[in-house]
Design a protein around this ligand. Structure first.
Ligand code: NAD
Ligand code: WQD
Length: 332
């Protein structure tokens, strides 16, 4: 079975390509390399000992996607391609809606025209917005508080409408919480172009000496130690969740599932775990709260357990270990 993986050279996509190849699928990566490098795909091949197909191009190009789907006789699509910075989405809303929403519409049109109806879509816990209750389960109100999150919710709604219109579609919407870590080989990991915004890559950059200190965005939240609490999940667990979801899509349906560990860690707890695992000291400074941040949230992962028989396996220590292994081998 051949799977077209959009954004397959990116952080989560590349780890999922490894899992797909190891599970025996043929993989066709479509990527415009806007936030990644083709070298990643060579490394995916090195890890797995298998080859994959590369198709450089943009998901907004429907004709190109149709050709790729036809040429490789793809049976399913995993759709990772998109833009993911909350801050940038506020500055460039049209760019975000164009890439994330228009790009997905073009992809769905291409799929429809070649009669491929199976898709796994990368959504985000950001679609929930401010918690009404925790943990977030999939029935929580969807009220994203930023442009990026709204672009994800629009795509979710489009997918649900497509399924309402034609029940033959097989759709899995996966809402990731905070994916971190890297492949245990240290060959692939998160390699953001430009300035990272997320906690774990910033901690790793401080540890490697690339950055002098970590700024902690607020220590006066109503949490156990005053810092923000998030549900960190190892990227390899996220990738494994995709293969489980793909297997589940043998029946027509439209599923939305959380991929999270089910518990949260504070910023201080993450720093402590990183220091313990790596022996590095992370200097930090307490700063003002970051605009738009939520104090605390974490997943209820019960539905993914029930439907996919999937649970996150890797611990926070393993996330830190693999992050550091990747950072130390690849720091520039
Ligand atoms: P990433 O930036 O590392 O990967 C995205 C990939 O898509 C990159 O290789 C990029 O070059 C490619 N791409 C972007 N726009 C494209 C386009 N128009 N056409 C073709 N390729 C394009 O990001 P990631 O962290 O791997 O995230 C993957 C998906 O998961 C995204 O949709 C993101 O919104 C979603 N997500 C990520 C997180 C997270 O914390 N990393 C959390 C929840 C959801
Ligand atoms: C985690 C915690 C910060 C950086 C974002 C997106 C979300 C999803 C994952 C895509 C918070 C604190 C951070 C720093 C800090 N991406 N922090 N100093 O904000 O939960 O989620 O990435 O879908 O949509 O919003 O992740 O890693 O940025 O922050 O103190 O330099 O670390 O305040 O409490 P976040 P994060």
């Amino acid at each position: 079975m051949a799977v077209m993986v959009t954004g397959g050279a990116g952080y989560i996509g590349s780890h999922t390509c490894v899992e797909l190849l190891e599970a025996g699928y043929d993989v066709v990566v479509v990527d415009n390399f806007d936030n990644s490098h083709p070298e990643v795909l060579r490394r995916v091949e090195e890890i797995t000992g298998r080859t994959l197909f590369r198709e450089a191009g943009d998901v907004r190009d429907r004709t190109f996607l149709e050709q790729v789907l036809r040429r490789h006789k793809c049976d399913a699509v995993m759709h990772f391609a998109g833009l993911k910075s909350v801050a940038e989405s506020t500055e460039k809303p049209l760019h975000y809606y164009d890439c994330n929403v228009v790009g997905t519409i073009r992809l769905l049109e291409a799929m429809r025209s070649v009669d491929v109806k199976k898709i796994v879509f990368s959504s985000s816990a950001t679609v929930y917005g401010e918690p009404e209750q925790l943990p977030f389960n999939e029935d929580h109100r969807l009220a994203p508080a930023n442009t990026y999150g709204r672009s994800k919710l629009v795509v979710e709604d489009i997918l649900r409408d497509i399924h309402r219109g034609n029940k033959n579609w097989q759709i899995a919407i996966l809402r990731y919480f905070n994916p971190v870590g890297a492949h245990e080989s240290g060959l692939i990991g998160e390699d953001p172009k430009g300035e990272p915004n997320n906690l774990m890559p910033l901690i790793a950059q401080v540890a490697s000496g690339k950055r002098e200190k970590l700024m902690i965005w607020g220590n006066d939240y109503p949490t156990r130690d005053g810092t923000g609490v998030r549900d960190y999940i190892h990227v390899e667990d996220v990738a494994k969740g995709h293969v489980r979801a793909l297997k589940k899509l043998d029946e027509p349906q439209c599923l939305a599932l959380n991929l999270g560990a089910g518990h949260g860690y504070s910023v201080f707890e993450v720093i402590k775990a990183f220091e313990t695992v790596t022996g590095q000291v992370i200097p930090y400074e307490i700063a003002e709260r970051r605009a738009g941040d939520i104090a605390e949230y974490y997943a209820d992962p019960t539905r993914a357990k029930e439907i996919l028989n999937w649970t996150a396996q890797k611990t926070l220590s393993e996330m830190c270990q693999d992050m550091w292994n990747w950072q130390s081998k690849n720091a520039v």
